[in-house]
Design a protein around this ligand. Structure first.
Ligand SMILES: Cc1cc2nc3c(=O)[nH]c(=O)nc-3n(C[C@H](O)[C@H](O)[C@H](O)COP(=O)(O)OP(=O)(O)OC[C@H]3O[C@@H](n4cnc5c(N)ncnc54)[C@H](O)[C@@H]3O)c2cc1C
Length: 318
């Protein structure tokens, strides 16, 4: 009855959420007197997860490069059934939001979603998650087994790699016939880390005034910092940034170490997507802008002057 961690990978390279969650699970398992195992879908160097605390890795065989909900649900179910864990930890990723809740329903258990912290209390794992668009936090305790928790990326520090290698348990899997036919697959042109996993984000608001300004103010600052560019909905709706850049209630929920909001007012719907960021820097000409109430550092200044100056200063540090 160990803690099972869903370790996602991209073409065989484990995502940082995999190691982040394994590191946290190791601490929780120590407090619970249990062990950590991992669940991997498809071809990836499963044994290497032993370096991050997994004693066993349940590896479901198959090609999961094209996402299909039915296939993903069946694969997750096969892995969880094989591992028979007392708890499952998974990233609050697409897979964790689309397929995992269906498995939870099949298993008749419960799920704490979008947690930003986990702890052991009374011999059980307890999740902490933001509610009311990040205005408050609540504790979530799942009373059934396995207790399932999804966790936002960047919630925990990356653990140092040890020397161990995990035992790999091959889980035989025969995929159900997909009900959907994949017509075309379009990958985003960008090579930067997806917003939901990014450790640093620079976002632009309506105030950038044009796509050209977004490209000349926000993208270079993001590139200089090794950050992912984001945007407010007003910025996206105006056509200055693509839709997949949108942060907020109807965009992406992010949880970076550093979030720089450039000319963004701080509407509740924007805050809902970025409020849990560890350090928030706001640049705004209006000292009364609501974003300043949530900012760790605030600059009352014009983004057309400050962004290029910041970019130049950061580039000069290299
Ligand atoms: C159902 C619903 C869902 C929504 N979902 C989202 C969502 O997911 N994400 C989201 O972002 N919004 C969302 N919104 C919209 C949200 O309410 C706000 O309208 C939006 O966030 C405002 O974007 P903004 O801050 O870029 O623009 P504004 O509110 O217009 O703010 C622009 C800011 O830029 C400052 N400024 C202007 N010029 C400069 C300059 N030169 N230098 C520095 N600062 C300057 C101004 O002082 C102002 O504070 C949603 C709304 C609804 C109703």
């Amino acid at each position: 009855m160990s803690i099972l961690v869903l370790c996602e990978h991209d073409g065989g390279t484990f995502k940082k959420t995999a190691t982040e969650l394994l590191g946290k699970a190791t601490g929780l398992a120590g407090a619970l007197g249990t062990t950590v195992s991992a669940l991997v879908l498809g071809d990836a160097p499963a044994a290497s997860l032993g370096a991050y605390g997994a004693t066993k890795v349940f590896q479901v065989s198959g090609d999961f490069s094209s996402y299909d909900t039915d296939v993903a649900v069946a694969a997750l179910r096969a892995g969880i059934d094989a591992a028979a864990p007392s708890a499952v930890l998974a990233p609050a990723s697409f897979l964790g939001k689309d397929a995992l809740p269906r498995v939870v329903a099949q298993l008749g258990t419960g799920q704490g979603t979008e947690c930003t912290d986990l702890r052991v209390d009374g011999g059980q794992i307890v999740g902490r998650r933001p509610i009311y668009a990040g205005k408050a936090y609540c504790d979530v305790r799942v009373g059934k087994t396995p207790a399932v928790y999804t966790v936002r990326a960047n919630s925990f520090a990356q653990p140092a790699a040890g020397g161990g290698s995990a035992e790999v348990v091959a889980v035989p899997f025969s995929a159900p016939t997909p009900r959907l036919t994949l017509v075309e697959r379009k990958r985003p042109e960008t090579t930067v880390v997806d917003l939901t996993e990014a450790d640093r984000i620079v976002s632009g608001g309506r105030s950038v005034k044009s796509k050209e300004s977004y490209d000349s103010l926000i993208r270079p600052l993001a590139a200089a910092l090794g950050a992912t560019p984001g945007a407010s909905r007003a910025c996206v709706d105006a056509g200055y940034a693509p839709h997949d850049h949108q942060v907020g209630q109807t965009g992406k929920v992010v949880n970076p170490s550093l979030y720089i909001a450039c000319g963004i007012s701080g509407a509740i719907q924007h805050l809902a997507g970025m409020r849990t960021s560890k350090v928030i820097v706001a640049i705004n000409t209006d000292p009364g802008a609501p974003i300043f109430e949530h900012a760790t550092y605030g600059l009352v200044s014009d983004i057309f002057e400050t962004c290029p100056a910041l970019t130049a200063r950061i580039q000069a540090l290299d």
